[in-house]
Design a protein around this ligand. Sequence first.
Ligand code: CUV
Ligand code: SF4
Length: 642
Amino acid sequence: MAKLREPEEVSMDTQIQHMLTVARSRGIETAFDRADQTSARCPFGSAGLCCRSCLEGPCRIVPNGSGPRRGVCGADADTLVARSLLNTMIQGASGHAEHGREVAAALLKTAEGKAPYVIRDVGKLMQVAKGLNLEMEGKSINEVAKAVALAALEDFQKHEGVMNWIEYRGHHKSREIWDKLGITPVNAHLEIAKAVTRNAMGGDADPLNLLLGSVTMGLVDGYSGLHLSSDLQDILFGTPKAVKFNYSLGVLDEKQINIAVHGHIPLLSEKIVEWAQILERKALTVGAEGINIVGVCCTGNELLMRQGVHAASSFSSQELVIVTGALEAMVVDIQCIMPGIQQVAECYHTEIITTMPHVKIAGATHVNFEPEYADDAAREIVERAIRNFAKRDPAKVVIPGGSVEAHAGFSVEQICEVTAKINADKPLQPLIDAIKNGAIRGVAAVIGCTNPREPQDIGNVTVARELLKNNVLIVTTGCAAHSLAKFGLMNEGGLEACGDSLKALLRQLGQHAGLSALPPALHMGSCVDNSRPLDLLSAIADELDVPISSLPAVGSCPETHSPKALTIGTYFMAHGVDVHVGVDPQVSGSNLVTRTLTGSREDKGITMDGLFGGKLIVEIDPVKAAAVLLERIDIKRRTLGI
Ligand code: CUV
Ligand code: SF4
């Protein structure tokens, strides 16, 4: 049996350390333990050199050493590595595209009066309709919503032209590059199907062409996944505005019925919040003081951004929410749901409830979600949780004390509402001025996950702190945002982490937001909301009439585990934004692939930096990573002449 890490080595968060000790003392295994048990990892797979694409294989090759240099079909290391990367990209892009499609279908049903949702943000609806060049004259709100939904669904159907959301949101200077390379997606499903075929045995065997295929997956992810989802979710549930919430396991409440919502799509969880309020009185009849909804992963992010729902856990510690013994139900939708939660739940009274027909877990309860019957599903789930309260064993309840207050809700609209109080005609100008005069040295999007193999939060928090110290403004999404919230970077206390000029600016802007200061890390939402930092950059680039690739902006993904984070990173790079990843992306088996991804424009041969103006930075050490990101920010500042 492999030696297990000490709790202090597993997470920086003392509550997580404590709950891990509790889990171990009760003989409950979690992802942190399984990461230790599976620590002997296959060297072929780790380098991208194992191919299982056909039944001649699996082929494992050794490009520089004593072993075979090609698979049975003749594919070499470069092709194998490029294919295995594309495989990862297909996974990532499909996840986000599917998210977008589900939301589009729900919007259509809402517009047709078949689903129990309302259009909460009519202004955003009109703005999106206008952006899509849709005819609005004389149309009712529902008719416009229907036209928007159909335009969205077309991005999964059309057979020529370019995805509507790229026409709408894509920056024209980036578009020129994509079009010239012939990589601009036509429709998400078509591109995904094409990528699967080109990646099969006997398909594409040109590593550079395969890498361009990966960039297309990044664009599919970015536009049919991220932008489309954020836009439509804002229309349905409201564009986020400044909001307060609390973070950490301590948000569970011993006296209340606790329901965790986990996954990615807010369609059902928004309804659960509604039904928890409606059924609050019923909770009192079973002896609870109320119903407490807490968020996990990105469904958590969606709810906190719009409803101020407290957040309990990021990805890697999701099982520990159950170990508190105080959870009546964990409701999951799609993505990032560890199958392991069911084993943990079986040691408690917690009911795991799956909700999507294509994402079930053996042993869990399934309450099917369809937009038409969203109210029925939400009501049943809340009632189940109320019934489960009586089964709770008080002797097993351990909730760590305390939680951290955080401010979130920083959509581009919210940021501009604040800066418009300084310059009403040109709301972006205060930010542009601050970038030009150096008060803001650059902008970094700290995004992505937590990974049970990595010490939780350390990478995310260290990269952010190192950058803040150097006056780099942080925007954040996903589970990285959970890390930054927990460690105080979303409240006033976080200002001590900032360099002087950034601190002064955040204080000045804060006054216009009714806060003593803006938080140093601006929470922009879930993973699909990585559309928002790009929208911000796109608007700044337009204002300055430069490509996005000239801006002193970087992305950093210090603790990722998810293919989705790699596609998001690729989408950033396709716009010319440098992206750091703090976990090995498993491409080391090919010098060609590694050089193309990580090389600079001055290097020999084709590089991402040369083609798009942004490159991949692989650095495990977060302090060193921040130093490299600062260097890249400064290079871009010099090219911009500031
Ligand atoms: Ni989509 S993708 S672990 S929940 S951020 Fe969290 Fe965010 Fe990564 Fe998953
Ligand atoms: Fe082997 Fe080629 Fe088949 Fe891959 S596609 S398993 S390298 S024969």
